[in-house]
Design a protein around this ligand. Sequence first.
Ligand SMILES: Nc1ncnc2c1ncn2[C@@H]1O[C@H](COP(=O)(O)OP(=O)(O)OP(=O)(O)O)[C@@H](O)[C@H]1O
Length: 308
Amino acid sequence: MTEYALEAVGCGLRRRRGWALRDCSFRLPAGRVCALVGPNGAGKTTFLSIAADLLRPTTGTVRLFGEPPGGREARGWTALLSQDKALYKNFRVDEILRMGRELNPTWDQRRAEEIILQGDVPLGARIGTLSGGQRTRVAFALALGKRPRLMLLDEPMADLDPLVRRQMTDALLDDARNHGTTVVMSSHVVAELDGACDYLVLISNGTVRLAGEIDVITDEHRLLTAPDQDRARRQDLRGHVVVGTMTERRRLTALVRPRGPLPQGWQAGTPTLEELLLTHLSSTDTPPLITPSARVSSDGVLSPGGAA
Ligand SMILES: Nc1ncnc2c1ncn2[C@@H]1O[C@H](COP(=O)(O)OP(=O)(O)OP(=O)(O)O)[C@@H](O)[C@H]1O
């Protein structure tokens, strides 16, 4: 039976200005590396904060391996690496690692030190004297040293140079491959997600628009291209779900979810992850696409045998 690292059922959070997250339902099978994507203000940080028990949802529930995020077990299983990386500035790096060791029964000192030393960060240096990128590396060491079952990352790599981004991505993938760690990573950098992630959750306006395996979601779409001279060609797309269209150099390109045979005279290709995300990010009225493995039934009961 499929084990789910994360299940959200009807999860919503209301802020003073309105809903930051609304009726968010999906599930994430254990061991996946999931990209959490959405425009600014979509609700990604809000969702990750609920999963890390920093915020309580106004409606619905989130479960981590079947347990509520605030429970002792779920706290032990989860590591959150957030945008602000709160680390005590007066602590030395080795003191931060000692804190990690004392707080976490599953602590892996060798792993944490490996991450620090790979970046030539002195173990005796105070956090306050480190550069932004070096601090991020310490935060990664603290999170990876915990050996969590579920790693939540909220735009963690913004201040890292490209080489260190690659090192940290490799470290995450290593953990996913060798220890079955489930990773949820929010980022605006598609290149960072492409190749690293095999699962996708796209949130827009506080609601889930896409959720599931990246290859299954990609397979549900076609990128159609036709010369734009013939305006009637737009009519060809009737009956298909059109996520978005773009005209460039007099050629019309449309990202569609086919509903029947593709129209004659159009070239059909598979969209790249970037094409898929950019088009979905600018679309507000496309019906959500949740693949079977990510689906929660409408009455809030998890659908049986949902894994694809
Ligand atoms: N502390 C807060 N008080 C009130 N509203 C907030 C607060 N934090 C976030 N919001 C609002 O909640 C909504 C969701 O914000 P959230 O930070 O979750 O988005 P995000 O997808 O992480 O955005 P970004 O990509 O810009 O980091 C936004 O409308 C935002 O203005």
